[in-house]
Ligand binder design. Structure first.
Ligand code: ATP
Ligand code: SKM
Ligand code: MG
Length: 170
């Protein structure tokens, strides 16, 4: 979800892993030469989603790469086949924390109309069933730094990887 820290924590995670890092929103701004808000304003959300899928399709093929996506990547069914090239981490943060973080931020076009808190609640409610399809859910609180969260993600990843004993015998 927007503001949970995908970009910030994803970058810290990549550093700890010795992986490269990309952010699909950053790639979109590079290829379109527009900010995310400008893409939404000039081409619309549907066009943005198409570009996002094209970018995801390219980057998901790489190994040793941590990818931060946009929060709406879960909305397109075909994106899931790309996401499943890797291990999908859901940063789950309460709307109260998100609204504190994003109240002074005007870079997210879907949050520019109406009351921020209720917009976040509405979007989160719609997407919760999709986010919950991730491989690993990490609950975000205001207490942990991005580096601490990245460490916790690394600690929790082995628990969602299949143990050799649970794999079918060949
Ligand atoms: N663990 C954290 N502690 C404190 N601030 C944080 C933490 N994680 C992220 N932030 C801050 O919250 C804001 C949103 O973070 P970020 O841009 O990484 O979110 P995002 O999930 O990538 O959002 P989007 O989906 O819109 O790209 C930023 O100002 C970032 O510095
Ligand atoms: O959650 C979303 O739908 C979005 C999240 C951002 O990362 C951007 O991809 C854009 O603002 C849309
Ligand atoms: Mg981001």
């Amino acid at each position: 979800m927007m503001g949970t820290g995908k970009t910030t924590v994803g970058r810290a995670l990549a550093t700890k892993l010795g992986y490269r890092f990309v952010d699909t929103d950053e790639i979109i701004t590079q290829v379109t030469q527009q900010s995310i808000s400008e893409v939404f304003a000039t081409s619309g959300e549907a066009a943005f989603r198409q570009i996002e899928t094209q970018v995801l399709a390219k980057v998901c093929a790489y190994t040793h790469l941590a990818i931060a996506t946009g929060g709406g990547v879960v909305l397109q069914r075909e994106n899931w086949s790309y996401l499943h090239h890797g291990l999908i981490v859901w940063l789950d943060a309460p709307t109260e924390l998100l609204s504190t973080r994003l109240s002074a931020d005007d870079t997210r076009p879907l949050l520019q109309t109406g009351d921020l808190r209720s917009q976040l609640e509405t979007i989160l409610q719609q997407r919760q069933p999709l986010y919950s399809q991730a491989d690993l859910r990490v609950v975000v609180t205001s207490e942990e730094t991005p580096e601490q969260l990245a460490t916790r993600i690394l600690q929790e990843i082995p628990q969602v990887l299949k143990q050799p004993s649970t794999l079918p015998q060949s």
